[in-house]
Ligand binder design. Structure first.
Ligand code: HEM
Length: 521
């Protein structure tokens, strides 16, 4: 044996050994030393909560409690939904108080169920509380303004703003109305000889909001828009299924049937949108007037931005416009469908409010006719929508993370802490809303949002601060039009098969759908 080869091989093994030790060291830091260090720092400041358990943290308890709670439906007319929807957070707050620590695997999560502090976190303009980034979600479903941070986010938000301006939304009224007309027309045609029918309104509302986005985003290219809606809806369902298995390392890159379908959908959606955007850009270059739809307004605003900022601030690229179009579907479809579904469920549970809402609609509009002036006078309907958004907010909370030390509510949060703002619990807090917190009482909003509780601004279903929902006017207009048309034509009550089981798949869905019995009036 050549004696010089011995030191070489020892060196290689030595280096490999060192690399291995380095990896083990890094893992231990991430999974053991860092969680312990952060836990000590938080506990030293009086934050109470669960203790860190290696690797999984509280994930097992979270899964077990959710499974138990989701197995039991709630009694009809019970609006005390937080313990069923989010049993782990409910237990942690009950045991450790309104600012409490738990563990998302090795990551410390502080839940802050205090409206003032929550709004301080959401108001932070410097981006010190970042949104969580889910790379797979942004790759497959939508990236764009809802996911970006910093300058890039600010630019997109400026360009998108004009598209959601109330004056522009007014111009989209015929598009909103056409979709709602189609829905109530379909329902009317389905009624039996006794003038009634049972319909699961949950998929119906998903289809309605998908239709509305397709028509308002792409105007006359509405059919392509509808195809995008179907694909995005399928993508969302596949994604929700896959997310349950995300703890399996590399699961999203495995060539499973579901994963292959998701990438196929992503490519098809992008190719349809690219085509639509390119055609519209060409038409604009040829001097055609911009359509009054979201895509047209967005492209016009992007060009204006480029003109005003020259080389220092070009408008959006085609890829970026495409992402924003996907955001319209992702952010605007399910949220508003959930609002409309819970509104129909709750109005079925409380026929006295259904009656009051219908009286108001009939007094403001001629039979089956709507106009913008009348919509802006709807007081009872608005109060009802707010109360539904309070009790059943489509997004039940916000999550942010610190990337550097931040002091908030007297606590210094080190970098690397998740901050959860549990909107659902703030909306159901008797200290804020009173002992009747779990009752459906739209009259609490009779003098506006700020007078509805003893804490000005404890109601924020659309978020707060710089990242507040861009589409809130859009969503409320859509919900009002749909509700008015339904109330004008039908009376409704819960079907005997209805089970009251609100639960979470990213958002607050009805677990077993929402079968409702309609009767023509
Ligand atoms: C009832 C219906 C809706 C609810 C409850 C809702 C709720 C929210 C909330 C809570 C946020 C902030 C999320 C955070 O800060 O982490 C948000 C953001 C957003 N929403 Fe909505 N939304 C609704 C409808 C819509 C519609 C119809 C659209 C558009 C068509 C839309 C577009 C957006 C966008 C683009 C953002 C991101 C804004 C940013 O990050 O700057 N939303 N929404």
């Amino acid at each position: 044996m050549d004696p010089t080869s011995v030191p070489w091989s020892s060196m290689v093994f030595g280096l490999l050994g060192l690399a291995l030790l380095w990896q083990v060291h890094r893992l231990l830091v991430r999974l053991w030393w860092q969680p312990r260090r952060l836990e000590r720092a938080l506990r030293a400041q009086g934050v109470r909560g669960t203790s860190y358990r290696f690797l999984t943290g509280d994930l097992k308890d979270y899964g077990r409690l959710s499974k138990e709670a989701w197995a039991r439906p709630l009694p009809l007319r019970c609006h005390d939904i937080a313990p069923r929807v989010a049993p782990f957070v409910h237990r942690t707050i009950a045991e450790h108080g309104k600012a409490c620590l738990s563990w998302f695997g090795p990551i410390p999560k502080v839940t802050i169920a205090d409206a003032e502090i929550a709004k301080d976190v959401l108001s932070n303009k410097m981006g010190h509380f970042e949104k969580l980034n889910f790379p797979v979600l942004s790759k497959l479903l939508a990236d764009g303004v809802a996911n970006y941070e910093g300058e890039k986010w600010a630019k997109h938000r400026r360009i998108l703003n004009p598209a959601f301006h109330l004056e522009k939304l007014k111009l989209m009224l015929p598009a909103f109305s056409a979709c709602c007309e189609e829905l109530v027309g379909r329902w009317a045609a389905s009624l039996g000889s006794d003038g009634s029918n049972e319909i699961d309104v949950w998929p119906e509302m998903q289809s309605l909001t998908g239709d509305v986005i397709s028509r308002t985003a792409f105007g006359s290219s509405y059919l392509e828009g509808r195809r995008i809606f179907q694909l995005q809806a399928e993508q969302q369902e596949l994604f929700m299924g896959a997310i349950q298995k995300i703890s399996i390392p590399g699961y999203m890159s495995l060539p499973t049937k579901n994963n292959r379908r998701m990438y196929q959908i992503k490519n098809e959606v992008e190719s349809i949108i690219r085509d639509l955007v390119q055609k519209r850009m060409q038409a604009m270059k040829d001097g055609e007037r911009t359509k009054d739809d979201l895509l047209g307004i967005l492209l016009e605003s992007s060009m204006r931005h480029a003109d005003e900022n020259g080389h220092s601030g070009p408008g959006m690229t085609i890829e970026e416009v495409m992402e924003e179009c996907k955001v319209f579907y992702f952010a605007g479809m399910e949220t508003t469908a959930i609002l409309l579904t819970w509104t129909m469920v709750v109005l079925s549970m409380h026929p006295e409010w259904q009656h009051r809402a219908r009286e108001e609609v009939l007094s403001l509009f001629q039979k089956n006719k709507l106009d913008y002036e009348g919509l802006s006078k709807l007081k009872t309907v608005t109060m009802i929508l707010y109360e539904v958004l309070r009790l059943y907010p489509p997004g039940i909370g916000f999550v942010r993370q610190t990337y550097k030390e931040m002091e908030i509510g007297g606590v210094k949060y080190p970098a690397g802490v998740m901050i959860e703002l549990p909107l659902l619990f703030i909306h159901h807090d008797p200290d804020i809303w009173g002992s009747d917190v779990n009752e459906f009482k739209p009259e609490r909003f009779a003098e506006g949002i700020s007078r509805a509780s003893n804490d000005y601004g404890a109601f924020f279903p659309f978020g707060w601060g710089p990242r507040i929902c861009m589409g809130q006017n859009f969503a409320l207009l859509e919900a009002k039009i749909a509700l008015c048309m339904i109330l004008q034509r039908f009376e409704f009550e819960l079907a005997p098969s209805y089970t009251h089981a609100p639960h979470i798949v990213l958002m607050l869905r009805p677990m077993h759908g929402a079968p409702i019995k309609l009767r023509a009036i």
